[in-house]
Design a binder for this molecule. Structure first.
Ligand SMILES: Cc1cc2nc3c(=O)[nH]c(=O)nc-3n(C[C@H](O)[C@H](O)[C@H](O)COP(=O)(O)OP(=O)(O)OC[C@H]3O[C@@H](n4cnc5c(N)ncnc54)[C@H](O)[C@@H]3O)c2cc1C
Length: 370
């Protein structure tokens, strides 16, 4: 019989399974799809950055990046994140910078002229820029594969095409029903990403996580070479970066309704390009590659921060990263294993991210969400 059942083989479930197994627990991981990383993990833009405003977000990402750096399969590339800060946000971003520096993470404040040496842009309305030299990208597939391999090496059982259908607590155990049968374990960890709200309902629980579709647009290979950092115009939320000979770009649509809507919303390309072209004239010359563009689900909570840790006896949630879970998964896996081993995470205080913040009316305001 397993000690812990983990639901979901995205990067968060995989990292958690590994860290639980590392602490000597017998782990069973259930995934509804035929293989791993088929949810948001396989659809992400793969960015990792320490540039958040809330210390817990900064640390979750920073400590995760340090871990990814040591995993060859994670293929970490420190291409940097460049934030262009409009005058209206200058003060708030200064506060974030202060918080980041107090934690000792590397972030530089650049003049607009210095930033323009990295990426050409129109400077109207901007105050300054910030650059995170250790920010960059990883390979989320590779990292997930690494964690699953290590979990299995330590005895974890990974079952694909086996969804959790329902679960209930009975005599100190979680009894999980799947199409293949019943599994029992004292601990149940939900890492079902955008599906966690739906999984919660099968347990009779309200977990406020909803799917919201997001898109990444890709250009055709460009006629000129480039190595642009992930550049965000905080005035509009438009972002782009180099990926090989292409550029990837996007912008969150604030009007996108929650739900499992499928496919690309080509209607959002116009407003995205409008925002991009007004700041980055270099985009004018580029052709879009529709087939290389993709979509996926953000796993949104009401305050756009994750839900982490115990929510009931024996029941944990690690989900709802609202679009920044790849960069935090490594550390979250360690914290979930600590939560089980000690009854409470030890390395970081998870209080700001516990589920009860929503019932207590204490959502967390993170300014660095794009
Ligand atoms: C377009 C886009 C761009 C993004 N860009 C970034 C980025 O640059 N940086 C970043 O950090 N994050 C980014 N994200 C967010 C990131 O992808 C997610 O936060 C992260 O992948 C969440 O990982 P997860 O393991 O929690 O969820 P998932 O990867 O979604 O895994 C959940 C798994 O649970 C499984 N599951 C669901 N229900 C059940 C069930 N009943 N039984 C068994 N299994 C079940 C699913 O099949 C899935 O495999 C982006 C997301 C999108 C869509």
């Amino acid at each position: 019989m397993p000690d812990a059942i983990v639901v979901g083989a995205g990067i968060v479930g995989a990292a958690s399974a590994f860290r639980l197994a590392e602490r000597g627990l017998k782990v069973l991981l259930l995934e509804k799809e035929a293989t791993y990383a088929q949810g948001s993990t396989g659809r992400s833009a793969a960015g990792v950055r320490v540039q958040f405003s809330e210390p817990l977000n900064v640390l979750l990402s920073y400590l995760s990046i340090l871990e990814y750096r040591e995993i060859p399969e994670a293929a970490y590339r420190p291409l940097g994140y460049l934030f262009l800060v409009p005058e209206a946000l200058a003060e708030a971003q200064e506060e974030a910078l202060k918080a980041q520096r107090a934690l000792g993470v590397p972030v530089e404040k650049l003049s607009l002229a210095e930033a323009q040496k990295k990426v050409p842009f129109r400077a109207e309305g901007l105050a300054y820029a910030t650059f995170g030299p250790m920010d960059g990208v990883i390979d989320p597939h590779g990292a997930t594969a690494f964690y699953l391999r290590e979990a299995r090496r330590l005895g974890a059982e990974v079952r694909f095409s086996e969804p959790l259908l329902s679960a209930r607590r009975e005599r100190g155990m979680w009894r999980v029903k799947t199409p293949q049968g019943i599994h029992e374990a004292p601990y149940l960890l939900l890492c079902a990403g955008a599906w966690t709200g739906a999984v919660g309902r099968r347990l009779g629980l309200e977990i406020p996580i909803r799917p919201v579709r997001r898109m990444v647009f890709a250009t055709a290979p460009t006629p000129f070479p480039h190595a642009f950092p992930l550049t965000v115009d905080l005035a509009t939320g438009f972002y782009f970066r180099s990926e090989g000979s292409r550029l990837l770009f996007g912008r969150s649509n604030p009007e996108e309704p929650p739900g499992f809507r499928e496919g690309m919303d080509w209607g959002w390309l116009g407003p995205t390009l409008e925002a991009g072209l007004s700041r980055f004239p270099l985009l004018e010359a580029l052709a879009l590659d529709r087939k290389a563009s993709w979509w996926g689900y953000y796993e949104m909570t009401p305050d756009h921060n994750p839900i982490l840790g115990f929510v009931e006896e024996g029941l944990l949630v690690a989900a709802g990263f609202s679009g920044h879970g790849v960069q935090q998964a490594a550390m979250v896996g360690r914290l979930m294993a600590e939560e089980v081993a000690f009854g409470k995470a030890q390395s970081l205080d998870l209080t700001p991210f516990r589920l009860r913040r929503f019932w207590e009316g204490k959502p967390l305001r993170e300014r660095g969400i794009v």
